[in-house]
Write a protein that binds this ligand. Structure first.
Ligand SMILES: Nc1nc2c(ncn2[C@@H]2O[C@H](COP(=O)(O)OP(=O)(O)OP(=O)(O)O)[C@@H](O)[C@H]2O)c(=O)[nH]1
Ligand SMILES: [Mg+2]
Length: 247
């Protein structure tokens, strides 16, 4: 929904409205699609990734934000992506295929989290570079899901990541969905504050063509699950590498 006066950050805040039948069907279809997710490959360098082709959806955010858990919840698998109490657990780009067995139509990418102090400095710097290159250059990147603990909101490191992808958001080539995770830990009022604050930060990136959304999310209570699944399901149809890059 676009406001009359200009671009806006789309928010899935309300949550309490009962979805109509069509909305429920779209949610079911999207979750059924995500349930087909299976492990494809793992890469610690960009040249180890498969040739760009199918639209890729990257899950990024601080270490411990809940990226791997969100992937597991969306795919309805307990241990597809490796989630852990130990921060810094995901240390490679893990790719998952989604869609028909004989012709996956999208990839999910679980990226290592940033901001974990105990990671060795040289490893941290190397990863920052890999992640920056991936987000700026991967031709098939169709969407970014940025996860942030709802209690912390968007931190300095998250804002740096937003700056990295801003040029690709501005033209609408890459979509952005911010998930405020672990929403089960906040009451309604604090959830609303978290959401509003996040919308204010994101407003700086909203222009006519940018597709930016924000939603509260909880793997525990499944809050926001249908909305997120539907957004990703839509992205698969519009994203992907141009034919020459896919060749
Ligand atoms: N209460 C609650 N806990 C959650 C939720 N999502 C994730 N967690 C917990 O948060 C911790 C970190 O989750 P992960 O999914 O491993 O986080 P990650 O972002 O993949 O972390 P790295 O791989 O280190 O970057 C785990 O203990 C999860 O159980 C949620 O929605 N609610
Ligand atoms: Mg992880």
């Amino acid at each position: 929904m676009k406001a009359e006066e200009g671009p806006q950050v789309r928010s899935e805040a309300k949550g309490s409205e009962k979805p109509d039948e069509a909305g429920k069907d779209a949610g079911h279809a999207a979750l059924a699609w995500l349930h087909s997710a299976r492990f494809l490959t793992t890469a610690s360098r960009l040249d180890q990734l498969p040739a760009p082709g199918r639209p890729e959806i990257a899950f990024v955010g601080r270490s411990n934000a809940g990226k791997s858990t969100a992937i597991n919840t969306l795919a309805q698998h307990k241990r597809l992506a490796f989630s852990s109490r130990t921060p810094g657990r995901t240390q490679h780009i893990n790719l998952f295929e989604v869609g028909p067995k004989d012709g996956a139509d999208a990839l999910l990418a679980d990226l290592p989290g940033y901001g974990y102090a105990a990671v060795e400095r040289s490893a941290k710097l190397r990863w920052q570079r890999v992640m920056a290159d991936y987000l700026r250059e991967r031709p098939s990147l169709a969407g970014v899901v940025l996860l942030a603990d709802a209690r912390l909101g968007l931190t300095e490191l998250d804002r740096r990541l937003l700056e990295l992808i801003a040029p690709r958001l501005a033209g609408g080539a890459v979509r952005l969905l911010v998930l405020l995770t672990k929403a089960d830990k906040l009451n309604r009022r604090d959830s609303q504050h978290a959401l509003e604050h996040c919308e204010q930060v994101l407003a700086a990136y909203a222009d006519e063509d940018a597709e930016i959304g924000v939603s509260l999310f909880s793997a525990l209570s499944r809050q926001g699950l249908d909305d997120v699944a539907e957004a990703l399901h839509e992205w698969r149809e519009t994203g992907g590498a141009p034919p020459e890059a896919a060749a």
